[in-house]
Design a protein around this ligand. Structure first.
Ligand code: AP5
Length: 201
């Protein structure tokens, strides 16, 4: 039986994971794949706004951990249910999310056991760039508040943590971890690597 392919795109805020993912979707569609992208933050934000907890997505990681955990669990469940309805058993679901989140309680896993088991991905992509490039990209992204991620030394340590978190999550479901370097001005190359890996699932 053909099963829906699930992959996860992670990367620190501003590294360009949404940009690389969008390009990869374009390429996959050209090759005839049925693709759905689910932005994990969008699903969390919808519930958080309905409940009057936040007005903006960058406020979510400052909520109490118990609130974030509830939003996280609801998002994982909704994403997989919607994708099954939309793609059936045949298609590629790309979940745009984070392997680690910087919260006031400490660094928190974006893909803990119950989330990763629900999503059951074949690949967890870790999109990376140099801390200096990330800070520069964040500057160009008006309307977003990522000051808690814009210190280059912090980013260097956080990226190491995020990569290790991705590996820890992958171990729980037997997924591959694929690190893609999103070089300045080379989104297409990064997207191509993404697509090549998806085609090998
Ligand atoms: P999310 O929605 O993922 O927002 P984010 O963290 O800020 O990340 P973005 O997706 O906006 O940034 P990006 O890295 O994709 O960069 P972009 O492509 O825009 O998450 C929001 C919140 O949701 C989180 O903070 C958290 O609270 C919550 N959340 C999400 N998942 C969760 C989970 N699993 N558990 C718990 N909470 C969760 O690119 C940035 C800029 O760079 C653009 O201007 C772009 O044009 C440019 N750029 C990109 N690539 C290149 C390149 N190669 N060369 C030059 N410029 C480039």
């Amino acid at each position: 039986m053909i099963a829906m392919k699930v992959v996860i795109a992670t990367g620190v805020p501003g590294v360009g994971k949404t940009t690389v993912t969008s390009k990869a979707v374009e390429l996959l569609k050209e090759k005839g794949y049925k693709v759905k992208v689910a932005n994990f933050g969008d699903y969390m934000l919808k519930v958080a706004v309905e409940r009057g907890w936040v007005k903006h997505r960058d406020e979510m990681r400052k909520l109490n951990l118990s609130q974030q955990r509830e939003l996280q669990a609801l998002a994982a469940k909704a994403i997989i249910e919607e994708a099954r309805k939309e793609l059936g058993e045949d298609g590629v679901l790309i979940v745009d999310t984070h392997a680690a989140i910087n919260t006031p309680t400490g660094i928190w896993p974006g893909l803990p056991k119950h989330v990763i088991e629900n999503l059951n991905p074949a690949i967890i992509f870790v999109i990376e760039a140099s801390p200096e490039e990330i800070v520069e990209r964040q500057r160009g992204d008006k309307g977003r508040v990522r000051s808690d991620y814009s210190d280059t030394e912090f980013l260097r340590r956080f990226m190491e943590f995020a990569r290790n978190s991705a590996i820890a999550s992958a171990v729980l479901v037997g997924a591959a971890v694929n690190v893609i370097y999103n070089r300045q001005g080379e989104v297409d190359k990064a997207a191509l690597k993404f697509v090549e890996a998806v085609e090998k699932i």
